[in-house]
Ligand binder design. Structure first.
Ligand code: ADE
Length: 229
């Protein structure tokens, strides 16, 4: 997968994506990273990229002409994404969809956002990583990319390991244990030591349902609604 990032802070990348599984996958060429500095498309000697909002109000807005030039110079194919708290909330299903794309071009917001005409002209996929506001889209883009890259073929050591985890079946993952078998007077549940695969699977499903109902009643309701249809 080819990833292009449009940002005013190119030094932020690859950041934590250069470590662990995502870093190894980058070194192995399972994904590539091109970082484009939006400021390189500024047209005045000060390198201005933003201006005050029309109609007044706090903050600055990224100029459509400058960002438009950066997008047109970089976005040659694949999906165009704009990270914004106004976007659709990111989900595991969306990560799977993005992991199928050959190329992602990601625009990172700063300031009060970008001139609305950018959205109208380029119609990017607007994505939010949650209902809270960060200082910029870079952090959001990195979190989204971390989730996408681990789903690319051959990135996770064991191809099974993405299958049972939280959200993959609309439920949170069951609890995990390892040695020591007894710690602070607490024992690993007997069923996990039984070697009885059908019972273990049954126990894990029950636990998944219980944990999801308690911790994420919203997810649990969605899961039950989906089961009904
Ligand atoms: N930029 C600032 N906050 C954001 C968020 N929650 N999601 C995506 N991009 C953002």
């Amino acid at each position: 997968m080819k990833v292009k990032i449009l940002t005013l802070y190119p030094e932020i990348f690859p950041g934590f994506l250069g470590f662990s599984l995502t870093g190894k996958a980058l070194a192995e060429g399972k994904w590539s990273l091109e970082v484009v500095n939006i400021r390189d498309f500024a047209t005045d000697k000060y390198g201005s990229v933003d201006d005050t909002p029309c109609g007044g109000g706090a903050g600055m807005v990224m100029r459509a002409d400058i960002l438009g030039s950066a997008i047109e110079a970089s976005h040659q194919g694949g999906k165009l994404i704009y990270m914004t708290p106004k976007g659709k909330p990111l989900t595991q299903a969306k990560l799977h969809e993005l992991a199928k794309e050959p190329e992602l071009t990601i625009v990172c917001n700063r300031f009060e956002g970008v001139d609305e005409r950018i959205i109208e002209v380029y119609q990017p996929d607007e994505i939010s990583i949650g209902d809270y506001v960060l200082t910029g889209g870079e952090q959001a883009a990195m979190i989204m990319l971390d989730g996408v890259i681990r789903l690319l073929g051959g990135v996770l050591g064991n191809n099974e390991s993405a299958q049972d985890e939280s959200f993959e079946h609309g439920l949170l993952e069951y609890p995990q244990y390892t040695r020591p078998i007894e710690w602070k007077g607490m024992k690993v549940p007997d069923v996990l030591l039984s070697g009885h695969h059908a019972n273990i699977e049954k126990w894990r499903k029950e636990q998944s349902l219980k944990i999801t109902e308690t911790k994420r009643p919203d997810l649990f309701k969605k899961y039950l609604d989906l089961k009904k249809v």
